[in-house]
Design a binder for this molecule. Structure first.
Ligand SMILES: [Fe+2]
Length: 594
């Protein structure tokens, strides 16, 4: 990397506010390749009949779009969608190491965010300046790095970019009112004051140039461009901002139709380290009734949102998106009976899916009679639901027979994924091998895991991680025990056995432990029948024997077989795998619409 060049550019950006250079002089062969790929995109765009027709209308001064910026045609109009990682190599170009390093240095952040990558063509239009043809400054932040690249010859007649040196935020511009108060740059004022206006034109610099010329600009400074008297102009630009910029891709109002990155695509995975510079989101139609980081709302709301959009909040219903139309809203158990919400969502044309998880009416629940799959579910507002999510296949059948037998409504099976935080815990050696521990929710009268207390008192279990210093709900997760053995004991046929997700199993798998477990419905789907440490009953003697069996087979065939099977559970219940099931829901309803 050319350190001297980087220094020189930084110096100019911080003093006069701009730098111009040809991309080949800056990036050599890499620059040539990128330029060619980008040019090819423009060639295709220009030979598209619709785009061609639009350009002709602009040249005649016709506004057939009804928009202010009618004289501009972007990739969106050509592609009919947002620009992605595959299109024209534009993201790759703007993610080259030199630009990224420059953005880091200039913006003073290790994680600059790249967005608003745009292919655009400007035509002749009307004889009066409008929009960005007038002096203005960009307002995304107090420091903005914008890189433009010309893809056609740009002379005085076809809309060269113009810039007023030193007029950027904090710059040494003689009448820079904004330099006195930074607030002035915070979205308050886009146009120059009258005094500034008088000062702009006589002091400005005009960038005429050749294809491949780039203009790097501190774009809080006054600039204008694209005012074309003859011909047209093809160019690209992209923006780099600090993560704390006023407008950033994380912004709720950010236009997802300009750029999108499918974070589950191969191209995204191939970016490796550079993924972090792209906070541009995958425009999914999924929404969730509530989120968070922990518990079921966090697991099946927040974490799914984060996986799809890099934000725990983005897909969770809130004041900004509650009136969105035609989405697929997943209602998590606790909100299942919120009639007002369901009505509102239905009126807006949303599909409503109930994720049952372990939904329960505490008033109906009776632990004495909690056998043979009794119906502890609350009354279901089934006329509002377009489908359901259950956590295992037997539950799917049960739900259809007992709760809603409308065959038109899909029932999706989505097991619980494991929380990535567990897999990242550090490994800890304990003096006992194997190391028996308990981690989880015991349930009412320990129905969600029998005998925990007795096993602890009898010193069969070495460690109870279900609470922290006696604080229920505050489970502690300080490490992953080497040779750990988790336990899960539910009474056959009980409500817990049938409907509770296999959380203890997936967490044990994520921590590279094995598990002693009953064969609950949710476990039957993901753990083979010949798993060595399956309990046949919940009798205490049987459990004692199983503990002994695990000790006897430690580091023998059965132990390794159990480890191997848990490894497969870890893969099957990772968020990477489970997210595919959520995308299937989206596909199902999208295909249904078209
Ligand atoms: Fe601008």
């Amino acid at each position: 990397m050319n350190k001297e060049k980087l220094k020189e550019i930084l110096h100019d950006l911080n003093t006069i506010g701009y730098y111009k250079i040809n991309i080949v002089d800056l990036l050599g062969n890499e620059g040539i390749d990128s330029f060619n790929e980008i040019s090819e995109f423009f060639d295709k765009m220009l030979s598209n009949p619709q785009i061609n027709h639009r350009l002709e209308t602009i040249q005649q001064g016709l506004n057939i779009t009804g928009k202010d910026k009618y004289y501009e045609i972007t990739h969106q109009e050509y592609l009919g969608r947002a620009l992605g990682l595959k299109d024209g190599g534009l993201f790759n170009f703007y993610l080259n190491n030199f630009f990224v390093d420059l953005a880091k240095e200039f913006l003073g952040t290790e994680e600059p965010e790249l967005y608003n990558a745009l292919f655009f063509i400007h035509g002749k239009g009307l004889p009066e300046r409008s929009g960005s043809q007038k002096w203005h400054r960009d307002l995304e932040g107090l420091k903005i790095l914008k890189i433009f690249m010309y893809c056609t010859e740009v002379g005085p007649e076809n809309g060269p970019l113009e810039y007023v040196p030193k007029s950027f935020c904090g710059g040494d511009f003689p009448i820079n009112e904004g330099s006195k108060t930074m607030d002035d740059y915070q979205r308050l004022r886009i146009l120059p004051t009258e005094l500034e206006e008088q000062y702009c034109t006589p002091n400005s610099i005009t960038f005429t140039g050749s294809p491949g010329d780039i203009i790097i600009s501190n774009n809080t400074g006054f600039h204008r461009g694209g005012f074309i008297k003859e011909g047209f102009r093809c160019m690209t630009h992209a923006l780099y901002v600090r993560p704390d910029a006023i407008y950033s891709p994380k912004d709720i109002n950010y236009d997802e139709n300009v750029n999108f990155v499918d974070i589950n695509s191969q191209e995204y995975k191939d970016l490796g380290e550079k993924q972090k510079y792209l906070k541009i989101l995958n425009p999914t139609n999924l929404r969730f009734s509530y989120g968070g980081i922990n518990d079921s709302g966090g697991m099946r709301g927040g974490q799914i949102s984060n996986k799809l959009t890099n934000s725990f909040e983005k897909l969770i219903l809130n004041n900004q998106n509650i009136n969105d139309k035609n989405k697929i809203v997943i209602i998590l158990k606790d909100w299942a009976s919120n009639l007002e919400l369901l009505k509102h969502l239905k009126n807006n044309g949303n599909k409503i899916i109930l994720d049952i998880i372990d939904w329960l009416d505490v008033d109906k629940y009776d632990s004495q009679n909690n056998i043979n799959n009794p119906n502890f579910f609350p009354d279901l507002l089934k006329e509002y639901y377009d489908g359901y999510i259950v956590n295992n296949s037997k539950m799917k059948e049960w739900w259809y027979k007992n709760m809603d037998n409308d065959l038109k409504k899909p029932i999706f099976i989505i097991p619980h994924h494991w929380d990535e935080r567990f897999a990242n815990l550090s490994l800890a050696e304990y003096s006992k091998n194997p190391y028996f521990y308990y981690l989880g929710y015991r349930g009412h009268e320990d129905q969600n895991c029998f005998h925990v207390q007795k096993l602890l008192d009898g010193k069969l279990l070495y460690d109870d991680r279900s609470n922290n210093n006696g604080m229920p709900g505050n489970r502690y997760f300080q490490d992953r025990p080497v040779n750990g053995v988790q336990i899960n004991i539910r009474k056959e046929g009980s409500w817990e056995y049938c409907f509770k997700p296999a959380t203890k199993l997936s967490i044990a798998a994520s921590m590279d432990s094995v598990i002693i477990t009953t064969y609950d419905w949710s476990i039957q789907d993901i753990l083979p029948k010949d798993y060595p440490y399956l309990l046949k009953s919940t009798d205490y003697e049987e459990i004692e024997k199983m503990f002994q069996y695990v000790k006897d087979t430690f580091e023998k065939e059965e132990w390794f077989k159990a480890q191997q099977m848990l490894k497969q559970v870890k893969e099957k219940t990772s968020l990477d795998e489970i997210i595919k099931l959520y995308l299937e829901i989206e596909k199902y309803f999208t295909n249904e619409k078209s």
